[in-house]
Design a protein around this ligand. Structure first.
Ligand code: ATP
Length: 260
């Protein structure tokens, strides 16, 4: 396996008496689509949050591209190359689709406030490049025709796609999608699977948290399964599908429950 892009190394997170993550370790390698799954309350979002700087690990560490993330702020983590979308869409609703994506491209911009106020040459050329990149990304996710629409007016599925474009605009090495299929019908899920594969084929590494098993099994190269804050399995979709501990976790029965 190539060197890991992201390493979750023996991470524990406690909220008071509750252990939300219990000595969890796994790697994400460049170019893969990794799925993080588990029943409600298993710790998936907590895991996402520790990777993206929302929470700090109680013990253990997360390394991204060799850099320890524990003490970094969210924007510093974004600059390192880790971007995410949210379970509940968080677009700038009163900005257009294009503007939403341009905001993402600003992460690496060297343009300062004075450049913007005075509309300097540097500002104009950066703005032009940013607009062009944003257009490419809108086209990539399939919402190019809606670039001038306010984000709030986009159909739900297109808002989700726009969020992915905005996250991609930050130029991430790792793109983390938090329940991207939430609220989708089967046809939209199918389109989303194609988009996730296309994102990976374009050179990105992808982490997906998702409840929809068909989507996870259909799109992921590897899957990590959490239950009650612990990693209970890791493997290919076929391995996970047949894993007794995973089946038991999803059926809500004990592994050693002999039903006698
Ligand atoms: N900020 C917090 N303070 C206290 N407890 C928390 C906090 N965040 C998460 N938890 C708890 O940690 C546990 C794991 O929650 P988490 O949201 O990570 O699970 P999940 O697998 O993402 O669940 P779901 O699929 O329902 O989103 C839960 O018991 C939850 O109540």
């Amino acid at each position: 396996m190539p060197d890991a892009l992201l390493e979750v190394d023996d991470v524990t997170i406690k909220f008071g008496g509750l252990v939300a993550l219990d000595s969890v370790s796994f790697d994400i390698v460049p170019g893969e689509i990794l799925g993080l799954i588990g029943p409600n309350g298993a710790g998936k979002t907590t895991c996402f949050n520790v990777m993206t700087g929302v929470y700090e690990a109680t013990s253990g560490e997360v390394r991204f591209d060799g850099t320890k993330l524990n003490k970094l702020k969210r924007h510093q983590i974004t600059k390192l190359g880790l971007a995410r979308t949210f379970q509940n869409i968080r677009l700038f609703k009163s900005m257009t689709a294009l503007e939403n994506v341009m905001v993402g491209t600003d992460v690496h911009s060297k343009v300062g406030v004075w450049d913007a106020l005075l509309r300097t040459k540097r500002f104009r050329s950066t703005e032009g490049a940013s607009r062009e990149r944003a257009r490419e990304l809108l086209d990539f996710v399939g919402v190019a025709a809606l670039e001038d629409e306010l984000a709030a007016n986009l159909p739900y599925g297109d808002q989700r796609r726009l969020e992915i474009a905005r996250a991609m605009a930050t130029g991430p090495k790792l793109l983390c999608l938090d329940e991207p299929a939430a609220g989708f019908n089967p046809a939209e899920k199918q389109k989303l699977m194609q988009l996730i594969r296309k994102v990976r084929d374009d050179g990105y590494t992808v982490l997906v948290i998702e409840h929809d098993m068909r989507l996870v099994m259909g799109v992921c190269d590897r899957i990590v399964v959490l239950e009650f804050g612990k990693k209970i399995a890791e493997g290919t979709p076929a391995e996970i599908r047949d894993n007794p501990a995973v089946i038991a976790a999803y059926l809500g029965v004990e592994e050693d429950d002999d039903a006698s």
